[in-house]
Every structure is written in structure tokens, then in C-alpha cells.
Ligand binder design. Structure first.
Ligand code: A2P
Length: 329
């Protein structure tokens, strides 16, 4: 049994951590919930038991023995507190982007690069939600056919931007101006996720590109991305265009996808069957459909990939990492 802490427990992903730990019967001895000072004293529930939220501060951490700390409280909190938790003996699994590209920190999707867990030094990073779901089918393609180039186009749900972003969608329906998004999200698509960089890309786009290379251990992959926020509550959708190294038979691609762990092929155009965000919300797997050849290049493939961004894209992936660590010890 383990002592588990959730940092950012009152947030969207934090609450999902609680739900998933309970659902999967994670072996918990003591559970500690942390958030900002604003939430100190708030009661949350874990398996019908009340747990009081504590302020994230050294005094509340130093007196505890924590085995796993699941973080989702933003980059600044992770930068400051992940090393503190780790120095006290906890293994930190961090959902922010703060540590992802640090060379000392593994970036892990359990179905894709579990071997990277072996070299962690106390902090493990959970990849960006849009990266996680793409990795599951792309690893299958990389292993069986090789990959030359990837073009990502994403259609991302508002829940990925936190509790306040969900309010922008809900209140926007009544005509209230958005607080988080630069434009109304209702009836709209916003081709900006995170801030713009000098090169014209958004930070989210660069995250997808860089994280993909790190997770797939391939610095030379050619990758580009356009990431878009859409008025969907939950689950990210992605159109992924891939140029493979080898010629392929479409039937083999479907066959390899069908056998992959954590991936469900959901694809039958005759029956109008393809993954949609509404249908895949609340599910654990990554869903792939619209599997078809890109006739414009040699060995080109188009796929449509949908997953619940708060489950597989965040909380579930982190919990799976903790489960894998327990199993491999
Ligand atoms: P709080 O609810 O007290 O503000 P989301 O991204 O869904 O909005 O969630 C962000 C999470 O990060 C919340 O649990 C929030 O707690 C927490 N958080 C924000 N700022 C801090 C901070 N300075 N220290 C600890 N937790 C924080």
C-alpha cells in the first residue's frame, strides 16, 4: 500500500485523478490532497470518504511520507514543488509542461516507452494531452513501417484548458464574453492553443513536435502541427497524416492497430462508424478511425484519432505510470 498525494486536487485533472485512483482500486494507504491557499480546508471525497484539501506549502509536506505525488497545478507549482517532493522520497508524476523536455526527466506513455521509467530520478513527466493520444497509433506505425514525416491537425476540447475554460463554453452559450479564450469559443474554432512563439507556431504545436521526438526516441523525425481549440467539452480529436518509410498494405495497418494495447480501431465508413469526441468521452482507450491511404504521396496514410483528454490525455496516463512503477519493483 502507498501514500499518495495529489497536487492541484481541486482542478479538472486533479479531480479526475481521484476518480481514476478509486475506479482502478489503486493500493492507497494514505491520500493527501493539495491545492492553493484558496482551497485549504475544502472537503473532497475519495471512495465516499472525506479528505480535507491542504495548502501546498513546505510545512504541510515536510511532515509526510509520500510515495507517489501526482501533480496537475500548473508549471510554476511543478517547478517549485516537484523537486521538494522528490527530495523527500516521493516519485513525482507531473502533468505540467515544466519538466517534459528536461534531459534528466523521462517523458512516458506506458504503451509506448515504458523502458524510459527505468532511468527516472524522482520526477517523471506526463506528456501533453494531444501528444499522448497520437503516440499510441504512431508507435505501431514506427515499429512496423518506419515514419518519415508527420502532419498533426488537432481539434482540442476546452476541458484541456482548465475549469475556467469550461465556464467560457458554458457561459458563452448565454452570450457571456470569454475570460480565458481570446475569442468566443461557442460557435467558433480558435487556431491558437497556448502562446505564440517567434517562429509563428504556438507553444502547444511545438510541444507536440518536440515531445513526439523525445517519446519515440527519434530526433530526426519530420513533424509539423496546427493545434485548434473547438467548442467541444471533452476529448481531443486529431487528423494525423503520416508518410511511412515502407510500402504498406492497409489491411496490415488495421491489423497491427487492432492488436495494439490501449488502442481501439473504430472504423467502418459503411456504417458511418468513426470515433467522435462525444462518444469517446469517459473511455480509457485511444480510438482510431478513418484509416485510409493518402494518395498524394508514396506510402502516405491518414488517420483520425480521438481520446478523452482528461483521462488518457492526463490523469489516466499518470496513474498507469504509477501502476507500472509498482509492477516493475
Ligand atoms: P485552486 O483550486 O486552489 O486554485 P485547473 O487547471 O483545472 O484550473 O486546476 C488548477 C489546479 O492547480 C487547482 O487545483 C488549483 O487549486 C491548483 N493551483 C493553482 N495555483 C496553485 C498554487 N499556487 N499552489 C498550489 N496549487 C495551485
Amino acid at each position: 500500500m502507498f501514500n499518495v498525494a495529489i497536487v492541484g486536487a481541486t482542478g479538472n485533472v486533479g479531480r479526475k485523478f481521484l476518480e481514476i485512483l478509486a475506479e482502478r482500486d489503486f493500493p492507497i494507504k494514505n491520500l493527501y490532497l493539495f491545492a492553493s491557499k484558496r482551497s485549504a480546508g475544502l472537503k473532497l471525497y475519495f471512495k465516499d470518504k472525506e479528505v480535507i484539501v491542504e495548502e501546498t506549502c513546505p510545512e504541510n509536506i515536510n511532515n509526510k511520507k509520500i510515495d507517489f505525488a501526482l501533480f496537475s497545478a500548473g508549471g510554476d507549482v511543478s517547478l517549485e514543488y516537484a523537486p521538494k517532493f522528490a527530495s523527500l522520497g516521493a516519485t513525482v508524476i507531473d502533468n505540467s509542461s515544466a519538466w517534459r523536455m528536461n534531459k534528466e526527466v523521462p517523458l512516458v506513455v506506458p504503451e509506448v516507452n515504458p523502458e524510459d521509467l527505468k532511468w527516472h530520478k524522482g520526477i517523471i513527466a506526463n506528456p501533453n494531452c494531444s501528444t499522448i493520444q497520437a503516440m499510441v497509433p504512431l508507435k505501431v506505425l514506427l515499429d512496423n513501417f518506419g515514419i518519415k514525416r508527420i502532419v498533426y491537425s488537432t481539434y482540442q476540447a476546452v476541458s484541456g484548458a482548465g475549469v475556467a475554460a469550461i465556464s467560457d463554453l458554458e457561459n458563452g452559450i448565454q452570450g457571456v464574453a470569454p475570460k480565458i479564450f481570446p475569442y468566443p469559443i461557442v460557435g467558433n474554432c480558435i487556431p491558437q492553443i497556448d502562446v505564440f512563439l517567434e517562429n509563428g507556431y504556438t507553444k502547444e504545436e511545438i510541444k507536440m513536435i518536440e515531445e513526439t521526438k523525445k517519446i519515440l526516441h527519434n530526433e530526426n523525425l519530420k513533424i509539423t502541427a496546427t493545434t485548434v481549440r473547438v467548442p467541444v467539452l471533452n476529448s481531443h480529436s486529431e487528423s494525423i497524416n503520416i508518410e511511412l518509410e515502407k510500402n504498406f498494405d492497409l489491411k496490415d495497418v488495421v491489423n497491427y492497430f487492432s492488436k495494439a494495447k490501449g488502442l481501439t480501431v473504430y472504423d467502418d465508413p459503411k456504417e458511418l462508424k468513426y470515433p467522435t469526441p462525444l462518444e469517446m468521452a469517459g473511455k480509457d482507450d485511444v480510438y482510431v478511425g478513418r484509416i485510409r491511404r493518402d494518395f498524394s504521396v508514396d506510402s502516405g496514410l491518414n488517420i483520425w484519432v480521438v481520446a478523452d483528454n482528461i483521462r488518457k490525455g492526463a490523469a489516466l496516463n499518470a496513474v498507469q505510470i504509477a501502476e507500472l512503477l509498482i509492477k516493475s519493483n
